[in-house]
Design a protein. Structure first.
Length: 304
């Protein structure tokens, strides 16, 4: 009965998710409140078709069960998604909706595989819950891996971007114009940090305080060195010190850290090479060196 009930719940959840994609719609009052929240701007009416449009329309309903209950949890979710490069206001809703969808898909296929291989047994129930757990945490794993890769790319590209930023500031450009110039010049070689600079420059042009923009720049990237850079620029702007000197010091610090990281990885190479040597190279060398002697010994034993 427990196994049958678990399979019934998985199939029911999948059917509910599919039905909610096409039946759930925001009321006119909710749309009006959202319009007022966005400053009187009417939401763009787009004719989206296909599965993507259906998922986008059903995302608010699918994410309602997993929506954060407090503002702190909402902020943490937005920061995690921003670190992975998803700064769109609808990113949290789509992320939570994807977790719900993958949970239902995992329960469905896990139940099918379990029943097909083991029948209505405890093993089938284990496969059901394993499939649901894997589907539920799969979007989380994807976001974490993408955020880790993005942080690494930003860390490696920051010294070059800071050097060009120093050159632009010393040439007479302001910080806003220098960030825009760096975003244009390094858009192909360092797209991640250039996208963040472009977003920060756009916010500055819209009239937001520089302190808030620089602070959000460090938070969105999630890189400690970018956070330190934002703090240095905020202090330089507050106390009126030289921005070029602060950028030069931070650039030298990050370049030193990057070289130290390269030296650390080079020092670990000898230890990491032990396993390929023992598993792949030493057996081949052993066969080449000992093989002829073993053949001669076998021949002599056979002749005697």
């Amino acid at each position: 009965m427990m196994i049958s009930g678990a399979i019934f719940l998985g199939i029911s959840a999948t059917a509910w998710a599919v039905l909610s994609m096409f039946t759930e719609k925001d009321s006119r009052a909710s749309e009006r409140l959202q319009e007022l929240k966005d400053g009187g701007r009417k939401p763009a009416q787009e004719n989206k078709g296909g599965m993507g449009g259906a998922i986008s329309a059903a995302a608010p309903a699918l994410s309602k069960a997993l929506a954060p209950k407090t503002e702190l949890e909402q902020s943490e979710l937005k920061v995690r998604l921003a670190n992975a490069g998803y700064s769109n206001p609808t990113a949290p809703t789509l992320f939570l909706a994807s977790k719900t969808i993958f949970l239902c898909v995992g329960l469905f296929f896990g139940g099918i595989v379990g029943v097909w291989r083991s029948g209505l047994t405890l093993t089938a129930a284990q496969a059901l819950f394993m499939g649901g757990g894997l589907g539920f945490y799969l979007p989380e794993i994807f976001v974490r891996l993408k955020a880790s890769g993005r942080k690494g790319r930003i860390f490696l590209s920051m010294p070059d971007a800071l050097d060009l930023l120093v050159v632009c500031v010393e040439a007479g450009l302001g910080l806003d114009a220098a960030m825009r110039r760096v975003a244009e010049e390094l858009s192909e070689s360092a797209p991640d940090i250039c996208a963040e600079f472009a977003a920060a420059n756009m916010q500055l042009q819209m009239g937001r305080p520089r302190r808030e923009v620089l602070h959000e720049l460090g938070v969105r990237t999630g890189v400690d060195d970018v956070k330190a850079l934002s703090t240095i620029l905020i202090q330089a702007d507050r106390f009126g010190s030289s921005v070029a000197q602060a950028l030069r010091v931070q650039s030298e610090s990050m370049r030193t850290k990057r070289s130290q990281l390269a030296e650390e990885k080079a020092a670990q190479t000898a230890v990491k090479m032990i396993f390929p040597l023992v598993l792949f190279i030493f057996p081949g060398i052993f066969v080449v060196l000992v093989g002829p002697a073993a053949i001669l010994m076998i021949r002599n034993l056979l002749n005697t």
